[in-house]
Write a protein that binds this ligand. Structure first.
Ligand SMILES: *Cc1c(COP(=O)(O)O)cnc(C)c1O
Length: 797
């Protein structure tokens, strides 16, 4: 379409008049953004339609990825890059006096997710389309994504996020494809032609309206679909309060729940889950019928993947469709369902394992509950045959027990594949958390180590480094990320290594400008940029890093012979609004920052920066500027992590525990090129099982720890009276459940080594290069190929 910049400019000006009803001279930057977005969407519409026609005609297997979260970030520049028109558009716009990066700034982050799980779903969509795989996403079109974080007086304050304020140029509303979702009411069974049939009566229905977004593959003609469902009123009731009815139905897609590690147990959340699942399955079946007719072969043509347990009601919902609407008997329906659904587990944290009280579940979803009950009864029957008399075991495995529906159990029983997200995580599932299920269904369990969309996190996020790589090894790495390994040939190329260093410096300077303008803190870009950005959670141990900063501060103040390489400690983290302890840690980080940054004796030796409102677009500025990647979770707790991979591919070195995918990074780069420390997962799990850890001993025997921990409560921080007592108590009274004090010495030693290593920039940069060269493994292209080959059985089309 735009074979030249002139052609682009002409089209743009014409479209601007039509879209905005204004002349160019009257138009604003928002008009320009709007026009460009609409042009791109029109530009891809041909390929979008063609892709769907191709899939329909080929009758090959399709996969549908169901996720309650998609953390997409901004789409404008990524779409331009994937379409191969970034350069043309950028030059064309600039000839009109428009700066593309200004338009980019106007775009809101689509922040329909909390953290890693939602970002993974977004990375997978990119890889599916770029690999020409028939895979589509289904999710919820939350009116308000993850809250916007403000820091006021050191405290986190949450504001509602408003990504739809100026509309969403990427979406197409398809009102004609709306479906109805029933809640409440009652189910009646009656016999019809000798068969028991069920009817859901007096239900309150919510209408689900699809809003489709194109998912544009990189350098390919494939445009897949992300279908986001919006909740709307169905039919206004005659005698009731209409406003109340409207509010209640719309509330289903109003807010994203802002917690990724706690099962909230709120009724609205269960409504959202069924809303997503029922709308998606109805739409999948509609498409299937057009192609294949009979549902007997559904599993041969469709795979439905559930991202964690939030969409697990896909299992009973599919059963409902097959039995109630299609008239299949139970066994046939169950065989089809179990061969259609696959499931990814994301955590072993027990507080995050979803379970729903029957008293909420049953009245809200009466027919679905009946089906879950039947699944449970039949499953327990099988267990009884196998483990006759072993009531304990059967109760532990049951789908319904102690008044709760256990969503992970339903997922395992009703699917053909259960995967963990990193080697260690899958091993822990198999040998510990889900061992009894593993004994029952060993063939279902498998590992798919997470990955990241390297085209977003390197090609788009770090253009200078991308150009250097392409100039050196060619551009094949954008589509074959394993080719990054060729960079190893440049370890001794001094010109290459100098450029690598310069690019890092430039990226650090750019971040330093952001820090100065947002935080008013001047940082020295020759210092180590030591970064921890991720959700705030006790298990991720931001506190370990804070205590270490306090220790370094104390050393500098007290020991005039102490010297260290200057550091800029950078944090970014949102805490769930109801997570009291996490919010205390945010206040602590900001309090330490105030103390350190305003101490003239410290000067440039260290600075502490808390970046407000961590999100995808901010992350893209942070990773390219990092020297050190902090991945310091309590071993066994972080299923995989993906932040670790984004740092690695941008040439930061990892300081990390042997947890999640850190282990696989270590395996690839070797001892020399990563800094590991702390307890192993086995050791942590051994302590949990057998006891033997007394945090108070570490407090008594290590004066560095004692001093910093005391400073939390002894008036060291002026004006915060007993603010940090809960943190102090968590470490001593509650015996430090996350082994912060236990790992402190090992962490401090490792950090000392890191400082010394950084002094020799040539040695440091070489380690960075080795990391970048091996990061191809962590592209989600690799991950998605494994899902496609080993779970879904889909092929490029
Ligand atoms: C990658 C990413 C995460 C996940 O980070 P982890 O370090 O793996 O927890 C969270 N939030 C955003 C915005 C991300 O880009």
């Amino acid at each position: 379409m735009f074979s030249s910049t002139t052609e682009f400019k002409n089209t743009f000006l014409k479209r601007l008049n039509m879209v905005c009803g204004k002349s160019f001279s009257e138009s604003s930057e928002r008009d320009h953004y709007q026009t460009l977005g609409i042009m791109i969407r029109e530009f891809v519409s041909h390929d979008w339609i063609k892709t769907n026609e191709r899939y329909l005609a080929a009758k090959e297997k399709q996969v549908y990825y169901l996720s309650i979260e998609y953390l997409l970030g901004k789409l404008l520049r990524q779409n331009l890059i994937n379409l191969g028109i970034e350069e043309t558009v950028q030059v064309g716009l600039s000839e009109l006096g428009i700066d593309l990066s200004n338009l980019e700034e106007l775009e809101s982050d689509a922040g329909l997710g909390n953290g890693g799980l939602g970002r993974l779903a977004a990375c997978f969509l990119d890889s599916l389309a770029s690999l020409n795989l028939p895979g589509h996403g289904h999710g919820i079109r939350y009116k308000h994504g993850l809250f916007e974080q403000k820091i006021v007086d050191g405290y986190q304050v949450e504001l509602p996020e408003q990504w739809l304020r100026s509309g969403n140029v990427w979406e197409v509303r398809k009102a004609d494809l709306a479906v109805k979702i029933p809640f409440w009411g009652k189910v009646e069974g009656r016999t019809e032609n000798g068969r028991l049939v069920f009817q859901h009566l007096n239900a309150e229905t919510v209408t689900a309206v699809p809003h489709d977004m194109p998912v544009i593959g990189y350098n390919s003609e494939t445009v897949n679909t992300l279908r986001l469902w919006n909740a709307e009123p169905s039919q206004f009731p005659i005698h009731e309060d209409i406003l109340k009815y409207k509010r209640e139905t719309e509330s289903v897609s109003e807010f994203l729940y802002p917690d990724d590690t706690h099962d909230e147990g709120k009724i609205l959340r269960l409504k959202q889950q069924y809303f997503l699942v029922s709308a998606s399955i109805q739409s999948i079946i509609k498409t299937y019928r057009k192609q294949h007719g009979n549902l007997k072969e559904l599993h041969q043509h469709v795979c439905i993947h559930i991202n964690d347990t939030h969409p697990v009601l896909a299992i009973p919902e599919l059963m409902r469709v097959l039995i109630d609407e299609e008239g299949f008997d139970w066994d046939l329906a169950w065989n089809i369902t179990r061969q259609t659904i696959s499931y990814t587990n994301h955590t072993t944290l027990s507080e995050a394992l979803e379970k729903w009280p029957i008293r909420i579940f049953q009245p809200l979803l009466p027919r679905i509950y009946m089906i879950v009950e039947e699944i449970n009864e039949r499953f327990c029957g099988e267990l009884w045959d196998k483990y006759t008399g072993d009531w304990d075991r059967i109760a532990r495995l049951a789908v319904i027990a102690d008044g709760f529906v256990k969503m992970a159990h339903l997922a395992i029983v009703g699917s053909f594949s259960v995967n963990g997200v990193a080697k260690l995580h899958t091993e822990i599932l198999k040998t510990r958390e889900m061992n009894q299920f593993y004994q029952l269904f060993p063939e279902k369990f498998n590992n798919k180590t997470n990955g990241i969309a390297h085209r977003r996190w390197l090609l788009k996020g770090n253009p200078d480094l991308s150009n250097l790589i392409t100039d050196s090894i060619g551009s094949s790495w954008t589509q074959s990320p394993a080719d990054l390994i060729q960079l190893l040939n440049y370890q001794h190329d001094s010109s290459f290594m100098e450029q690598l260093l310069k690019i890092k410096r430039d990226n650090k300077e750019r971040l330093a400008e952001v820090i100065q303008s947002k935080n008013g803190i001047v940082v020295d870009s020759s210092a180590i940029f030591d970064v921890q950005v991720k959700r705030l959670h006790a298990y991720k141990r931001q506190l370990l890093k804070v205590l270490h900063i306090m220790y370094l501060y104390n050393r500098i103040k007290e020991d005039s012979s102490f010297s260290m390489v200057p550091r800029v400690f950078i944090f970014g983290a949102k805490a769930s609004p109801g997570y009291y302890y996490a919010k205390k840690i945010i206040k602590l980080i900001n309090t330490v920052a105030d103390k350190v940054n305003n101490d003239p004796f410290i000067g440039d030796k260290m600075k502490v920066v808390f970046l407000e409102n961590y999100r995808v677009s901010l992350a893209e500025k942070v990773f390219p500027a990092a020297d050190l990647s902090e991945q310091i979770s309590t071993a066994s707790k972080e299923a995989s992590g993906t932040g670790n991979m984004k740092f690695m591919i941008n040439g930061a070195l990892t300081v990390g525990t042997m947890d999640g995918a850190n282990i696989e990074i270590h395996e690839l780069v070797g001892d020399e090129n990563i800094f590991t420390f702390g307890l192993s997962a086995d050791e942590v799990l051994h302590y949990y099982q057998h006891g033997g850890y007394q945090s108070i001993e570490y407090y008594h025997h290590d004066s560095r720890i004692r001093q910093a921990v005391d400073q939390l409560v002894n008036g060291f921080f002026p004006g915060v009276y007993n603010e940090f007592e809960p943190i102090f108590d968590s470490l001593l009274e509650e015996n430090d459940q996350y082994f912060v004090l236990k790992d402190f010495a090992s962490y401090a030693d490792t950090q000392k080594t890191i400082g010394e290593t950084f002094r020799d920039q040539q040695v440091w940069q070489k380690k960075c290069l080795v990391n970048i060269a091996h990061a191809g493994y962590f592209s989600s292209d690799r991950t998605i190929k494994e899902y496609a080959d080993n779970i879904w059985g889909i092929k490029p089309q």
